[in-house]
Design a protein around this ligand. Structure first.
Ligand code: NDP
Length: 249
């Protein structure tokens, strides 16, 4: 059994920055052909393109918002045009938000749930015809989904929903040999934008660093390592699982 993906086809949502970018590069280095997406063109997209060219292979970056049916369709059309089947699907694209529940407008609830939960629903449902025996679907959840995080009820609800979807699909589609798992990161050092002021950020860092047994935040590559394991033949009997990658909270 090996941790290599030569000849495998992969789709990763939200690959231009942060965890998604590390996942795309890890899969490509392991030999997979990767299709990924993002919303905004810019230096992050150009630099990912350059790195993928250095690695080699026929990878594709598509501008597509997975929070819309049109975006998900555009992305899956790219996959259908290139691949007969999809071996690995990573639903990574996500947004974070921090607002007291009493002031949470419906529009913000909807924005977060649409990207973090409806997005994976749309991508998985459109990808289903490409999924085969041996395909691995990995949904990026959050450590906070089970623990709860003050001011982030809408975010944690979307991520907890993703765990429920994953566990149900693992039972519904396990008979076809398709695996569904969640990787649940703790606090990872990424560019993930949020609404924290510098003061709030300092308090947040102090609070969370104290909770982490390893005493540091994680790196995107450390989430990519867990994704690689779940994508490879090293994990063929791991199904319906939530793998917490949080430095020991
Ligand atoms: P980043 O904000 O650093 O990167 C998000 C990536 O997803 C970007 O490439 C962004 O592209 C893309 N993206 C966002 N929304 C969409 C969309 N609707 N359609 C297509 N692409 C989209 O996030 P992180 O790397 O920090 O987080 C990645 C995942 O990990 C998320 O699901 C997040 O909830 C989860 N997570 C992160 C943690 C952390 O500490 N960082 C902790 C726990 C979970 P663009 O810039 O063009 O919008």
């Amino acid at each position: 059994m090996e941790l290599q993906l030569v000849g495998k086809n992969a789709l990763v949502t939200g690959g231009s920055r942060g965890i998604g970018r590390a996942v795309v590069l890890a899969l490509a280095k392991a030999g997979a052909t990767v299709v990924t997406c993002y919303r905004q063109d810019g230096e992050a997209v150009d630099s990912l393109n350059r790195e993928l060219k250095e690695i080699g292979g026929e990878h594709a970056l598509v501008r597509a918002d997975v929070g819309t049916a049109e975006g998900a369709e555009l992305l899956l059309r790219e996959c259908r045009d290139r691949f007969e089947s999809l071996d690995v699907l990573v639903n990574n694209a996500g947004v974070i938000s921090q607002i007291p529940f009493a002031q949470l407008p419906f529009e913000e609830w909807e924005r977060v749930v649409t990207t973090n939960l409806t997005g994976p629903f749309m991508v998985i449902s459109k990808a289903l015809p490409l999924l085969r025996e041996g395909s691995s679907v990995i949904n990026i959840g959050s450590r906070g989904a089970m623990a709860g995080i003050p001011l982030r009820g809408h975010y944690t609800a979307s991520k907890a929903g993703l765990v429920g979807l994953t566990r149900s699909l693992c039972k519904e589609l396990g008979g076809k040999g398709i695996r569904f798992n969640v990787v649940a990161p703790g606090v990872i050092d990424t560019s993930e934008p949020d609404e924290l002021t510098d003061e709030q950020r300092a308090a947040y860092n102090e609070r969370y660093l104290r909770m982490m047994a390893l005493g540091r935040f994680g790196r995107p590559e450390e989430i990519a390592g867990a994704v690689l394991f779940l994508a490879s033949e090293l994990s063929t009997y791991v199904n319906g699982e939530t793998l917490h990658v949080d430095g020991g909270v």
